[in-house]
Design a protein around this ligand. Sequence first.
Ligand code: G3H
Ligand code: 13P
Ligand code: ZN
Length: 348
Amino acid sequence: MPLVSTRQLLDEAAKGGYGVGAFNVNDMEQIQAIMEAAKETNSPVIIQASRGARAYAQDLYLYHLMLAAAELYPQIPLAMHLDHGNSYETCVSAIELGFTSVMMDGSLKPDGKTPATFEENVEVTKKVVDYAHPRGIAVEGEIGVLGGVEDGHGAGGSGLDHVTDPDQAVEFAERTGVDSLAIAIGTSHGAYKFTKKPDGSVLKMDLLIKIHNRLPKTHLVMHGSSSVPQDLQDIVNQYGGKLKQTWGVPVEEIQLGIKNGVRKVNVDTDSRLAITGAIRKVFAETPEKFDPRDYLKPARAAMQKVVALRMTQFGQAGHAGDYKAISIADMAKGYKDGTLSTKPEVSK
Ligand code: G3H
Ligand code: 13P
Ligand code: ZN
């Protein structure tokens, strides 16, 4: 199957009432791990690359690895998504390269650190939508700001500093025409999300439900959705790592989100932990080894395991064969003729 639009994957997920994991990658092994997990669980999948990933791997390597994945797994609907685009130019360069969807994260200024104003966010996101839709490319916007910092991107602080205001979410969706909307409900990027198992006081599921009630047809996106499982923390620390005790987002909360309009679930940290634990184990147990395949193979397998588990938990497992790819050219026609309308349905 050719690379498909995230919009198609999310529309199908809404019909089927499930969520789709969007997994971050930086290299070939991570793409292989995700594709094997998708094959194992028969899942449609979104693979996403951040600005940091694009700089690390170089755009062309990433793009051709993604084309190889699409060619090698023709049965898997696969979207290539830009994660946290920081400016119009970043989004345009991703679209020119061949990404099938982009996130314009206008919740922060282009420095990726300073919270932007609502008007700045609307303006830059709308500009990206106006560029992307005629080309058949889907756009994710963000309203509210997540906590934490990844690779220099993020406002820092707690996930509760800038949670999404439901009225602003409605106005943002109406004025920008985004295909999906990332909201801030108390999560943050990275491993250090919560200092105790999160309950209703730190993860605002009530707010998510409120936003979903106001925008019942809008595809919501949950960033910072790694669960940071205890067993993966333990493996890293057992073999010489020094992670401080931490808690991520419980899978049950993500599943509650999926029942309430969450269609895209962003996961990076869990993959990083799985890879690091597996590599540390090989180094600790067999320090005489020096062939990278000796530690990259178990690392890839460990990431595949956690990704396959998430695909099953998010409900996308079993849905790869439900539909045929809509070409990007036909997506462009759909935006033009209104069949892919992005005018949100709004409830009081
Ligand atoms: O949102 C952040 C993702 O985990 C990507 O992280 O910017 O370090 O590649 P990165
Ligand atoms: P985690 O750090 O929780 O994996 O979140 C990743 C993410 O939101 C990427 O956009
Ligand atoms: Zn994110």
